[in-house]
Design a protein around this ligand. Structure first.
Ligand SMILES: Nc1ncnc2c1ncn2[C@@H]1O[C@H](COP(=O)(O)OP(=O)(O)OP(=O)(O)O)[C@@H](O)[C@H]1O
Ligand SMILES: [Mg+2]
Length: 369
């Protein structure tokens, strides 16, 4: 048996009208993994999920679940369950009836149905609402019923399409945590679609970033956040500072980017053989690695980047402070920092400040801004 719960091999979808919605999607998902798909509207997240569920035909490529080819198998014969943003709870049935429905359709004996439904009601703490209908449920309860209805069929893979999109921010956060704990406890593979990058990073063991029907990067959240592989990912994920320039394979082992403020160094180990000096490149640094310092400190070390600018604006929102620093006509850098980190350091409008960070925090991305 395959070690993977789900394998997508060059999956492609062209809709009848000719739209190329998904192109060359390759992915292996391990058993019990939580995978997030994230990307802007129209990038093909839902289409991919629907192809996995069997709700949309696959134009070309292969789909394997636990080693078996399901490319042409109809939805009802796939070991998957899908939860949609609008929950799709049957309004004329009670919660209990909603939960029984999927098992009844499969022809399961009623004593077995009762046991499974009672179990899932227990797991998801739905005991108080078993007789309620959809209209009487809160957003969080609806979300839980939808989840229970998906899980009660004991799928190998649970597919979730923006399942938290309809919830307010606070409820969303607490259900994110619950969902993550539940997934770990059950050990079921989850494929979770969202267009909120923070949600994708918070939930996924790995995150798939999609753009215009293609996969841009598949990485664990930390890697994705700190080591983007393309300009698109650098802009889409996190609060990265992006400084444009040209690749320069410096005199030391370290490659850098020649920018409007001189040569800035990137993480060592960048494979200098893959591009010529002068290729359009960007130096990408997560904002929280950049420190603000008063000028006149000790000389910058070789493994450190330092640039000087003038503070244009300081804006405090609660304990978070936004600082805009103008470096030159072409480059302005916005930083988000905490009040405690800059207090007493002379950060004020009009002040000259150094921006310093370790070169190893910066990633060189071969892409024009
Ligand atoms: N049934 C359909 N027929 C034709 N084109 C479609 C159909 N469904 C989606 N598309 C197109 O396929 C592309 C991908 O759409 P998809 O719904 O997969 O995107 P998405 O990433 O889920 O977006 P969103 O974040 O808005 O939900 C888009 O260009 C969309 O217009
Ligand atoms: Mg969608």
């Amino acid at each position: 048996m395959s070690q993977f719960d789900l394998e997508l091999k060059s999956l492609q979808k062209i809709y009848p009208g000719g739209t190329l919605a998904v192109e060359g999607f390759d992915l292996n998902v391990e058993k019990g993994e939580f995978i997030s798909f994230v990307g802007p509207s129209g990038c093909g997240k839902t289409t991919t999920l629907r192809m996995i569920a069997g709700l949309e035909s696959i134009t070309s490529g292969d789909l394997l679940i636990r080693g078996r080819n399901f490319t042409s198998v109809p939805a009802e014969k796939r070991p998957t369950a899908t939860i949609f943003q609008n929950y799709a709870i049957f309004p004329h049935m009670t919660v209990y009836q909603n939960l029984c429905f999927g098992l009844e359709v499969r022809g399961m004996p009623s004593n077995e149905i009762k046991k499974k439904v009672d179990d899932i009601i227990d797991t998801l703490e739905l005991g108080d609402v078993t007789d309620a209908r959809e209209a009487a449920l809160s957003g969080g309860q609806k979300q839980r019923v939808a989840l229970a209805r998906g899980l009660v069929t004991e799928p190998d893979i649970l597919l979730l399409d923006e399942p938290l999109g309809a919830l307010d921010a606070n409820l969303r956060k607490s259900i994110q945590e619950e969902l993550k704990i539940l997934q770990r406890d059950l050990g079921i593979t989850f494929v979770f679609v969202t267009h909120a990058q923070s949600e994708a990073l918070a939930m996924g063991d790995r995150v798939v970033v999609m753009n215009a029907g293609r996969v841009e990067q598949i990485s664990d959240p930390f890697e994705l956040y700190t080591r983007p592989k393309s300009g698109f990912v650098a802009r889409f994920i996190g609060r990265n500072k992006i400084i444009a320039g040209q690749l320069e394979n410096g005199s030391q082992k370290r490659a850098g980017v020649q920018t409007s403020v001189g040569l800035l160094a990137g993480v060592p180990g960048f494979d200098v053989s893959i591009a010529q000096n002068g290729t359009a490149a960007m130096l990408v640094t997560p904002s929280e690695y950049v420190d603000l310092r008063e000028p006149g400190g000790p000389e910058a070390q070789a493994d450190e980047n330092r640039i000087t600018g003038t503070v244009q604006r300081v804006n405090q929102i609660g304990h978070v402070v936004h600082v805009d620093v103008r470096v030159n006509d072409a480059l302005s850098i916005k930083l988000e920092t905490h009040r405690e980190k800059i207090v007493g350091k002379g950060v004020a409008q009009g002040a000259e400040m150094d921006l310093c960070w370790k070169a190893e925090r910066s990633t060189i991305v071969l892409d024009a801004v």
